[in-house]
Design a binder for this molecule. Structure first.
Ligand SMILES: Cc1cc2nc3c(=O)[nH]c(=O)nc-3n(C[C@H](O)[C@H](O)[C@H](O)COP(=O)(O)OP(=O)(O)OC[C@H]3O[C@@H](n4cnc5c(N)ncnc54)[C@H](O)[C@@H]3O)c2cc1C
Ligand code: FES
Length: 250
């Protein structure tokens, strides 16, 4: 992990309330799919955690939804050429074992963005089946990147595009057909809960990336602690954000 002063290359709106920010880092950095960055925003004391969506040759892209003051400030003030203070790469990221050939990817809301990094990492070597859920068609973005795998199902809550329903429902409809070896997921907690229930007893590893409020992002402040099913606790920023689904309470 290191702190870098990156140069903003582009910061543009790509869907309703969603921006894509690409910055250049003049250092050799290896970023795993599922890892995240902490971005310093103006005079805000706490950096904002955002998942890495794409990383290639010093160019890093994150996609963020406008939520509160920090993300609004980021969208308004960081144009091409501006400098950005970033901590990266953070967290453990996704791992897929050698023998796990069929990889199902199930994402919802802003959870689709870290999963794009997984699609990009595994599309050439594995059979990647992606199920991505959005509120409606105006929220759908990065479709080209999500299509890199073997198949993509876009699901919308209101049926305005693709499958009418959630990404988990779309995935479970296809489950017997694809019989995945491993599932990677990220999205709102109710979605992860639904996935956990649906996958109960199937005997297939399911890895989920969690989102918690963060202070430091590097394991020091304990703001991001989550409950584990064994009664212990874990720091989402340092021990996660990716956990085996049975390991954490949802
Ligand atoms: C590991 C990780 C990866 C993430 N990846 C993405 C991503 O790819 N795209 C995206 O749009 N969002 C992502 N988020 C959520 C994003 O961090 C928050 O939406 C953002 O910090 C909100 O900041 P704000 O100042 O606009 O909102 P405010 O609500 O004003 O923020 C106040 C404080 O709460 C924290 N906070 C608020 N909401 C969240 C949240 N949901 N998760 C964590 N901290 C929060 C902020 O960081 C800040 O410290 C991720 C969160 C985590 C933990
Ligand atoms: S955010 Fe500080 S320990 Fe995780």
């Amino acid at each position: 992990m290191c702190e870098v002063i990156a140069t903003v290359l582009e910061n543009k709106k790509i869907a309703e309330n969603v921006y894509s920010l690409t910055f250049y880092v003049d250092e050799e950095i290896t970023i795993r799919p599922g890892q995240f960055v902490m971005i310093g925003v103006g005079a805000y004391l706490l950096r904002r955690p955002i998942a890495v969506c794409m990383a290639e040759g010093g160019r890093v892209t994150v996609c963020y939804q406008l939520k509160g003051g920090g993300t609004k400030f980021l969208s308004d003030n960081y144009k091409a050429g501006e400098k950005l203070s970033v901590l990266l790469p953070l967290g453990n990221g996704f791992y897929v074992e050698e023998g796990e050939q069929k990889v199902a990817i199930v994402g919802g809301g802003v959870g689709v963005f870290p999963l794009i990094s997984a699609i990009r990492a595994y599309a050439d070597k594995k059979d990647v089946y992606a199920y991505m859920g959005f509120r409606n068609q105006n929220c759908v973005c990065m479709e080209y990147e999500m299509r890199r795998g073997k198949s993509l199902v876009i699901a919308t809550d209101d049926g305005s595009m693709g499958y009418h329903g959630t990404a988990v429902q779309a995935f479970m409809d296809d489950y017997e057909k694809i019989k995945p070896d491993v599932v990677l997921s990220c999205g709102p907690t109710p979605m992860l809960r639904a996935l956990k229930n649906a996958m109960e007893g199937k005997g297939i590893p399911v890895y989920v990336s969690l989102e918690e409020r963060m202070g430091c992002g590097i394991g020091a402040c304990l703001v991001c602690v989550c409950d584990k099913t064994d009664g212990k606790h874990a720091r989402v920023c340092k021990d996660g954000p990716v956990f085996e689904i049975g390991e954490v309470k949802l």
